[in-house]
Design a protein around this ligand. Sequence first.
Ligand code: C2E
Ligand code: CA
Ligand code: CA
Ligand code: CA
Length: 279
Amino acid sequence: AKQEGRNGLRFFAPAMQAHTQRSLELAEALKHAVQRGELHLMYQPQCALSTKRLVGVEALLRWQHPTWGMVSPAEFIPIAEQTGAIVPIGLWVMEQAVRQMREWDAVGLSGFSLAVNVSAVQFATPRLVEEFTRMVHDLNVPAERIEIELTEAVALRSPELAAATIQGLHEAGFRVSLDDFGTGYSSMSYLKRYAIGKLKIDQSFVKDLASSASDQALVTAIVRMAQSLQMTTIAEGVETQEQALFLYSCGCNEVQGYWYSPPLDAAAFADFARASLDP
Ligand code: C2E
Ligand code: CA
Ligand code: CA
Ligand code: CA
């Protein structure tokens, strides 16, 4: 017993093994998730605080596995990034999103942009700008209606390469926004060098916004900085009227969160958009 007690590894082994086992199984299953039709997108509306109108929508990936049920993107995206499966999955997401935009456009739903998350691993693949450009061109969707959401992680490996790719996306007409802003740890000097149009204020700063003076100060500072750099701001994870009111009063442009709408399937989003665009 004494020997076992000293052996920390043996003590923790069962839990670690279970974790590793599930990760391996998820990694294996993810390789086939696209072909097996297990992935779909949900769409979360984004609203302008000044008009309360729909101005954008974010595509959020869902994985419905036949035996495990719904697997959270918070669990499977990091695994897909480790194995590289995020590259084909990310291309599928963009293609699907652009097709959906085409369909909405065909039934008269326009006047909003569609944001797509692109992981740092996918972002570093060659010919990304060409692939995305080909997709919007083939489906006849203006690149201006597609927004690429990046995280600060894209700058970690090679800031120069990231700057060049962001510039390429910008020149091709895509909008680029910086997701989870405030949670990264890279130098903020890239903000003026990169062609980023919008900052997404991370939900961790929004959660206690109604009561926390320090979160209020942080959010106000982020909005002021963005304004002075001619960037727009959107706050995510906005759940209450109090949060929305504070954000409006400090000059934040847009909000996304349960207060406005949860993520919706494509049909429910179309109804939501119809009601918001011609009330
Ligand atoms: P994210 O990009 O920061 O997305 C926002 C997350 O907040 C989503 O979680 C959304 O459902 C959730 N959310 C929305 N409104 C509220 C709210 O009012 N309160 C709270 N507490 N949460 C809210 P979800 O859909 O589970 O996605 C988690 C993360 O997975 C995303 O965070 C993103 O990093 C990643 N992800 C999702 N889809 C994709 C994708 O297609 N590609 C890549 N690379 N990553 C994705
Ligand atoms: Ca996002
Ligand atoms: Ca985010
Ligand atoms: Ca996040």
